[in-house]
Design a protein around this ligand. Structure first.
Ligand code: GDP
Length: 366
């Protein structure tokens, strides 16, 4: 029987016949060597909606090599005038909350409406775990087969700030390529929500109904960021529990101060698996977008986010230059030791290092 995976629509997945002897030279090696393009070819390809070129440009953004970064920055600059024309949605929830199942269902719903969807992810732990589980094609089986969906896992290298910056830059390229809806997925465990919040228009928190004490363990800050709280797995025996959890969340939200946008966050129940009440969730998101566009908050927030990212980029670049300065790299451990042995205060140690760095760069310029 033909494997269904052989279908053209199943791009990225392929079943090969078994071989008796594994050849010593990998026959696919040739295919994996990527042709590189000029920045103009990249930009033209992206504006044309060419997914292969878009993917390769994202790979340049993710690369640590300075020559790749330089080309990537040029591509981003030239795509910027064509970017911004999308709705950006952050999606978070603890592992098991049903993020991938829900994104698959939400995505299919949006594609049916004629939208084009890019699913990106921020997972700062992916470097340690050697590979990201977020924004992974295999987790979103339906979407992965759709030509109007672009799925990209989290960039794996570096600090949260670095990973988040790369994702933000990827948004620019996706928008220039015509994706008018962007999902940014993250695991609901801490800091990464703030990073996602700083690049999206609407922040969606996926929750589960539990044993009646679901409000415990959710960081207040995360709830405060949410524009919508959606309670998943409201199906079968779980419906009553989900409704109870929704009531508890609504009560809890009343105690929060009013939001800057003037929007009152909503709480809805749904089932990602059985695709129940998905349309209501997107009606809520659309309502929010219309509401905040009308009162000016939408544009104000985007401008604030640009400002935030300017400062983030400055901080990241300064930090990078400082820690990669050979003189600093050389001295830092020694000074650290002195601090550990109480021979130098942390404050003096920091001052010494900063002074050394500043002297060094001003000396280099002379
Ligand atoms: P993630 O870790 O947040 O991406 O969660 P998954 O999407 O992988 O879902 C975790 C588990 O919950 C899987 O076994 C899903 O089949 C199940 N699940 C997800 N959504 C629903 C739902 O709406 N109803 C029910 N009953 N199970 C669900």
């Amino acid at each position: 029987m033909e494997h269904p995976e052989n279908d053209e629509a199943y791009k990225g997945l392929k079943v090969n016949k078994g071989v008796a002897d594994v050849p010593t030279v990998n026959p696919y090696l040739q295919k994996r060597i990527r042709k590189s393009f000029t920045p103009t070819e990249y930009v033209d390809g992206i504006l044309d909606g060419n997914i292969t070129i878009l993917s390769q440009a994202v790979t340049l953004i993710e690369s640590a090599k300075p020559e790749h970064q330089q080309v990537a920055q040029e591509i981003i600059e030239r795509c910027l005038p064509y970017a911004g024309n999308s709705v950006r949605i952050g999606i978070t929830g603890v592992p098991g909350a049903g993020k991938s199942t829900s994104i698959d269902a939400f995505g299919m719903h949006l594609l049916e409406q004629g939208r084009k969807l890019a699913v990106l992810a921020i997972d700062p732990s992916s470097e340690r775990s050697k590979g990201s589980i977020l924004g992974d094609k295999t987790r979103m089986e339906d979407l992965a087969r759709e030509k109007n969906a672009f799925i990209r896992p989290s960039p794996s290298a570096g600090s949260l700030g670095g990973v988040a910056r790369k994702t933000r830059e990827t948004i620019v390229l996706c928008e220039a390529a015509g994706f008018n809806t962007i999902f940014v997925e993250t695991v609901g465990v801490g800091q990464s929500e703030t990073a996602v919040h700083s690049m999206v228009d609407f922040f969606l928190l996926i929750q589960l109904a539990g044993t009646g004490d679901e409000l415990q363990g959710i960081k207040r800050g995360i709830m405060e960021m949410a524009d919508g709280i959606i309670i998943n797995k409201a199906d079968g025996d779980n419906i009553d529990k989900a409704n109870l959890a929704a009531a508890q969340f609504r009560n809890a939200l009343h105690l929060f101060p009013p939001t800057n946008s003037g929007w009152i966050p909503k709480v809805l129940t749904y089932s990602g698996y059985y695709k129940l009440r998905i349309a209501e969730i997107w009606e809520m998101v659309d309502e929010y977008i219309t509401f905040t566009r009308e009162n000016g908050f939408f544009d104000w927030k985007r401008r604030e986010q640009s400002k935030y990212w300017m400062y983030e980029s400055i901080n990241e670049s300064l930090r990078d230059k400082f820690y990669h300065d050979p003189l600093i790299e050389n001295r830092l451990k020694l000074v650290e030791q002195k601090v550990l042995e109480n021979r130098l205060s942390s404050f003096m140690a920091a001052k010494e290092m900063i002074d050394l760095f500043l002297e060094n760069i001003s000396g280099n310029q002379k």
